[in-house]
Every structure is written in C-alpha cells, then in structure tokens.
Design a protein around this ligand. Sequence first.
Ligand code: F0G
Length: 479
Amino acid sequence: MKHVAVQQCINPDCNAQFPVDETHLSCPKCQANGFESLLDIRYDWDRCMVPKSLAGFEYRWMTKGDTGGGALDFSGVWRFRELLPFFNSESDIVTIGEGRTNCQCADRLAKKIGLSHGQLFLQYEGLNPSGSFKDNGMTAAFTHAKMRGAAKVACASTGNTSASLAMFASMSGMLGIVFIGTGKIAYGKLSQALDYGAKTLQVTGDFDSCLKRIRQIATERQDLGIYLMNSVNPFRLEGQKTIMYRVLEALNWEIPDWIVVPGGNLGNCSAFGKAFLELKELGLIDRIPRLAIINAQGANTLHQLVNEDGLKWNGGRFDRQLIQKKYDEMDSQGHRASTIASAIEINRPVNLPKALRAIDIMNGVVREIDDQTILEHKALVGRYGFGCEPASAASVAGAHLLIEEGTIGKHEKVVCILTGHELKDPDATVKYHTGIDVKAVAPDAPRHEVKGKFANQPMLVEDDLEAIISVIKSLKLDE
Ligand code: F0G
C-alpha cells in the first residue's frame, strides 16, 4: 500500500514528490533546472490515525519502560508519533529517551524584562540527553537513516549537532563523522563528540565552509555512503516539531501569544511553522501563535534580508536573486559570521526559505541582538532560571527587545525556547563573571602526550574536497 508520507519539494511551481524510502537533500528536479529547493515531509492525514484532540496524547505520560510502546511513549518526540508518521513500522524508530524537557514559568525573569506575572515561560531544550534541542531532530533523522540502511552518518556543526549525532551514532552502532570549524566550537561540545567516539574532522574554515563540504560529499560522492544529519535533512525537522507540542502540553493545550527562538541555520523556526500549520489543518488548534526569530548581530543574514530588503515567502515564489545578491556581497567583502553565540554563528542559513514560510504562517518577526546584550540575558537566565548557553539567551534578549518596542504586549503569554544547556560554554560564563578568558585549549597551547586507551583525537584537515575525502575513506567503526 502507498505510504502515508512523501517527500515533497516546497517550490509551488514544482511540488515534485519522492518516496520516503529515498534520500535527498534538496529537490532533484529543481536541481536539474539549475536551482536548489528544499524538501518537506507531507502526510496524507486522511489515512493517519491522529487523535481527535491534543489531550489524546496525554495518557502516554503514564507508560514507561522499554517494552511494547513504552520506549516510544517515554520519548518526548515519539509520544506524538501520529503527528510524524513517516516510519514504516515502530521498530524502525531510533530513540534514546529524548525530548523529556521542561517548560518553566519564570516570574522573576518576567519582571526583569517587563512581562506580567504568569506570562513568561522558558522551554528548556538543554535538558535533552546530549544537552540541546538537537536530540529531537536526530531521533527522527536516525530513524530515517535506519530505514535507509545507512552505516555512516555525518554533519557539520558549531557544537550541539555534533554532540547529538555522536551520541545517537554510538547508541545505534553507526559510524559518526563530524566536521567542525577550526577554533569555532565550545569545548563542552567538542568533549562530547570525542567522548561518544565520533570521528572528528577539524576543517580549516568556519561552519558555513564545513556545511558546504559535507553537503558536497553527501550528494556528489554517494559512493562514500554518507547520510547527512544537518537540518537540511527534512526528517530532522519532523522531530523538532514536537518541541511545540510539548510547549502546548505544558500550557495545558492553551495557545501562547508568542514563541521566541534563536535563529542560526533556521531549522527550529521552520519546524515550528510547519507544526502549527499542520495542527491547524488537522483542526487540533484554532489559533496560531506569533513567531519571533532572533539573530545574533554578527550573524544576521535573515534580519538583513527580511527587515532591510523586504524579503517575503510570497506563496513560495520568494525572491531568490535577492538572497544570491546578499551572499555575493558577503563573499566579495570576505564577510564571515562572528558572534559570542557560537551556535548561531552562521551566515548562510540552509533553511532560509522554510523560515520565510514559518514567518508567513505565524505572522512572525525577526530581530537582531548584539553580543553584550546576549551575555546580559544569559546571566539573567542563569540567575532566575536553570541557565542556558549564549545562543539560547538570544531568545530572552529578543523577547525583552520586543516588549520594549511594544510589539509584544506586557500581558501576552510568551514562550522563549532555550535551545542549549548552560554547561555547553562555561568559558563564556566564567569570562562574563570574572573577566578571565579561560578558553581551555588555544590552538597553540602546549600539548601533552595522549595516553588514554580510548583517546579519540580530532583530525586536522585542510578545507579541500580531496583531502577531506581521503580522511573519510580511512575511517572505520570502532568495535
Ligand atoms: N541554539 C543552539 C543552542 C544551537 O546549537 C543552534 C544550532 C541554534 C540555536 C540554531 O538553531 O539552526 O535551528 O536555527 N546549532 C547548530 C549546530 C548549527 O551545529 O549545533 P537553528
């Protein structure tokens, strides 16, 4: 029987469909016509077993353990599996108990940023097993990788994606490969990737160059058998939709007025827009919250394109030339992203078109925040909450700005997504509080002999396709 899910091109002039048991990183048809278009996962909802109301998912809180549906019910992603039914059977699902995160009412912080009592909520995605929201997406993408029989998975990362990929790869016995930019990763995260045994390639470049290389390898060198785990993979975003389901659940299915989220590669905001559109189509909600996407000032491509150049979704016929012009400009000036919020230090967000769509669906806005303001708000989340990493604090700083502007009303209900754990970047925290830069390992720091039996050293490699491929060919899965 035909699968209830397909992969579909988001370009309305194409809409080509591909079965879910294929792997694509963009629409092959549009590619043949000379441009790139992202894919979405679409469902034939009439043939899906979706509960009649969102409260119909609640009983799963009571089932636990790893027998029957227990492990799936335990997962904060797969508890909602009827809303992402792209798998062939439940036995395809790769889960490590991700997505059991908190949505905390933060009244003392609300007071500091000018919101009324009971109106500010912090969604702590840093409480995932690998310490960031990425686990929501990885569980879905690893499920697809397993459906495809993938043995090698890879990503480019500013930190969190690599930690999450490394953890899922080791749990599922796949060879995990991560590309990190030189000097561009918080050590909390590098330590995780190494400890979980991922093969770590430190490429002489930044995140944008790493992502470009790994995409090139996954598409042009299919003989290497690399399955790509970055958020350009549409299955990642299916898992990330569930962050919104959990927010609604925590609010007792009440729809908040605003969702505020940091924007880097723009996967989260894209997933949130899709989640709400689908819930509305399914008649499970009657209203969609507004969206605020917060860029760091030093990595503000979306802010520039939307607020300065007037770029809009336009029913999917957005102005591609405007985007290309911006990228050409950045290239000709040698402009690179630069922010303390290393997780969102990205100038060429791969999900830009989907983010435009999310802004359209959720009547969204985009703002930019400078590094010092991000750090001040990180300190506030630390003092009045469970703490978060710099990129995550951009959401609270953004909410504060929007309240001061009057865009967000004092009595509106606001949910800020705290995407990553405080302990990702302790260097930034200690530097903020003490003025001491304790960045653990500068590239020229003295090195000691590596003696550990399980030592897993990063491999330094030039930003050169052939050099990278020859390293990849030498990698083997550890016993
Ligand atoms: N917040 C944190 C903590 C992140 O790690 C990232 C992305 C983002 C926000 C941005 O999310 O891409 O959905 O807009 N980190 C990626 C990584 C790039 O490699 O870990 P987005």
